[in-house]
Design a binder for this molecule. Structure first.
Ligand SMILES: [Zn+2]
Length: 603
């Protein structure tokens, strides 16, 4: 418990069984240097293919294979430097190796930049004939995906202008970041202990959950007051970003910005619309949750600043790493013996860097290294959320393991759209397992609250964000100006609709859109909802042992980037064109509300 109170251990004080094995990438720096030299000398060879790709299928295949070989090596080189830098960011040696590798990656990228446009410039009939050649078989999906977007690629001269415009069109987003993260100041409020503290975004997240209503109200009023003072500037930066995206979408001949944003992953606009419609048709459970919260907190009126207050007092679960591993293994048993076998291998074969040490990168991630194995960085600190993180990151790791073991390099990389499905499925299975096996009513109530908050924040809130994005792009594409008044009006109405009659939508909340950085990554957040709903559906199929579910799931993990994400998911048994995945998720949410109601009345 007191790990934070005592000084962090130095890296060499940590036992080697809790550290990842970098030597699996390169046994020595000498070997790293040898590969570095090899990549460096291959760069001119790639560049020499320029202008020759249409000569023969063999030439085209040789060039693509060389590019892949270079990328595989470059991936190993970068991982070796970067992972060791993350072990201790104060280590100047690996900082230098990271920098060196980044320059090399930029060089290889530049040398290979001609490949895509040159393939696209080939007459369609020639390329079609070439594709019959066995040597190009593994690039079949690569070609499909390339050709699919051909109509949106402009002439070389126009492309050059667009490429140069990026630096200028970033201005609105840069201004947003400067204002929100550097120039803006927040007021002082009295904390829980009565001492004065200066608000910040980081502190707000803890303060808004305070059991002391005065504290959360002050934090709420203080934070949104600060944003309100710059409402016109924030409207201008968001509007500038929206206009930028409309400009690129129209220039690239898309019907709408939404269509252009979804095009990279070949996601149909219908999937986005279906998501909004389905959540809108299922707002009743959220309204009921808000109402239950009001009752549980014994408040006459629930305000926006009461929304994040936990229904259950915080319970400390202390889970050692050994116990955490066991929990993850037991909870993932529904995925079958093959999956848990690989999990066991991952837990015991130097994939994971478990504990925090002086200078180590914070947070958690998974890093797949093609031809080696995945690496997982953790900062395990014996809390329940650390167990969730382990389950989540191992989901990514085993996804990488399967994709890289099954797919050639060309189709081994999965998209973000499917990545979070593999990790979230594990989290959901862990959560279900804990709910089933936890007897202590206080702990159980805590877990239910956690689950409900997760669905509220991931499914409902992110869909509200997605709907807001759709609304503002519709307005802007129809020639409306996105003023602060208009943005506030739209945001307010969405809050009224989503949270329902049991809560007062305080006017302070109307400016909330101004603080959401994701609105500058256009039409991104809906993926949280699709990912969570797909994962819930897959976990459900595993738990109910539906026919062939395990095999379909493993095939999903093995697919990597060999097809479009929606097709891969459909083959796994999740059809994102239908309302079912979201409905199933929100039904589960409603069932959990029944649990909550029982638990509250029994306690
Ligand atoms: Zn993740």
């Amino acid at each position: 418990m007191s790990q934070t109170a005592t000084a962090l251990p130095a890296r060499d004080e940590i036992q080697s069984e809790y550290k990842w094995q970098i030597e699996d990438i390169y046994a020595s720096e000498q070997l790293w240097r040898a590969d570095f030299a090899k990549v460096k000398s291959a760069i001119p060879t790639v560049a020499n293919y320029k202008g020759t790709l249409a000569q023969s299928p063999a030439t085209l295949a040789a060039c693509l294979q060389l590019r892949d070989e270079i990328n595989i090596l470059a991936g190993k080189l970068f991982a070796y430097a970067r992972l060791q830098r993350d072990e201790n960011s104060a280590n100047a040696k690996y900082q230098a190796l990271v920098g060196k590798t980044e320059s090399l990656l930029a060089e290889t990228g530049a040398a290979a930049a001609f490949i895509k446009p040159e393939i696209l410039a080939m007459p369609a009939a020639v390329l079609a004939t070439y594709r019959q050649d066995q040597a190009l078989a593994e690039y079949s999906f690569y070609f499909d995906n390339l050709i699919r977007q051909k109509q949106h690629i402009l002439s070389p001269g126009e492309e050059e202008i667009l490429a140069r415009s990026v630096e200028i069109t970033q201005a609105a987003e840069t201004a947003f970041n400067m204002l929100a993260h550097a120039d803006m100041t927040f007021p002082e409020i009295k904390g829980e202990d009565g001492k004065i503290l200066t608000l910040s975004e980081g502190r707000y997240r803890a303060l808004i959950m305070s059991a002391d209503r005065r504290v959360r109200k002050d934090a709420f009023t203080g934070l949104f007051g600060a944003y309100h003072a710059f409402r016109n500037t924030f409207a201008a930066t968001l509007s500038g970003c929206v206009k930028k995206n409309i400009f690129y979408a129209r220039t690239r001949k898309y019907n709408t910005t939404l269509e252009s944003s979804l095009a990279d992953d070949n996601i149909a606009v219908g999937v986005y619309d279906n998501l909004l419609t389905t959540v809108n048709n299922n707002l009743a459970p959220l309204h009921r949750y808000i109402d239950l919260k009001k009752k549980a907190l014994k408040l006459d009126k629930l305000h926006m600043y009461d929304l994040y207050t936990p229904l259950a007092p915080a319970v400390t679960f202390t889970v050692t790493y050994q116990e955490g591993q066991k929990l993850v293994q037991d909870s993932l048993a529904p995925l079958g013996p093959e999956y848990t076998g690989i999990l066991q291998q991952g837990l015991t074969s130097g994939w994971i860097d478990v504990y925090e040490n002086k200078g180590k990168q914070s947070g958690a991630y998974c890093w797949g290294v093609y031809g080696v194995h995945p690496f997982v960085l953790l900062n395990y600190n014996d809390r329940l959320e650390d167990v969730s993180t382990l389950a989540h990151e191992m989901g990514h790791a085993i996804h990488s393991y399967y994709s890289q073991a099954t797919q050639p390099y060309a189709t081994s990389q999965y998209t973000i759209f499917t990545a979070e499905v593999a990790s979230t499925t594990n989290e959901i299975l862990l959560n279900d397992f804990l709910l089933k096996t936890t007897k202590d009513p206080r702990k159980k109530l805590y877990l239910i609250n956690q689950y409900l908050e997760m669905v509220r924040a991931t499914v409902y809130r992110q869909t509200m964000f997605a709907e807001f994005e759709k609304l503002i792009y519709d307005q802007a594409e129809n020639g409306e100006t996105l003023t602060a008044d208009l943005l506030e009006e739209l945001w307010h109405a969405l809050n009224v609709k989503y949270y329902g009659p049991a809560i007062v939508i305080d006017p302070e909340i109307d400016i909330e859109w101004a603080r959401i950085p994701h609105f500058y990554a256009n039409f991104y957040v809906y993926q949280y909802v699709t990912g969570f709903s797909a994962a819930t559906t897959l976990a459900e199929q595993m738990l109910t042992k539906s026919d062939g579910a395990q095999e379909r799931y493993l095939n999903f993990l093995k697919s990597g980037g060999s097809d479009y994400p929606l097709t891969i998911l459909k083959n796994a048994g999740v059809d994102m064109f239908t309302p079912q995945p979201v409905e199933l998720t929100l039904n589960k949410f409603a069932n959990m509300l029944d649990e909550l109601e029982k638990t509250i009345t029994n306690s």
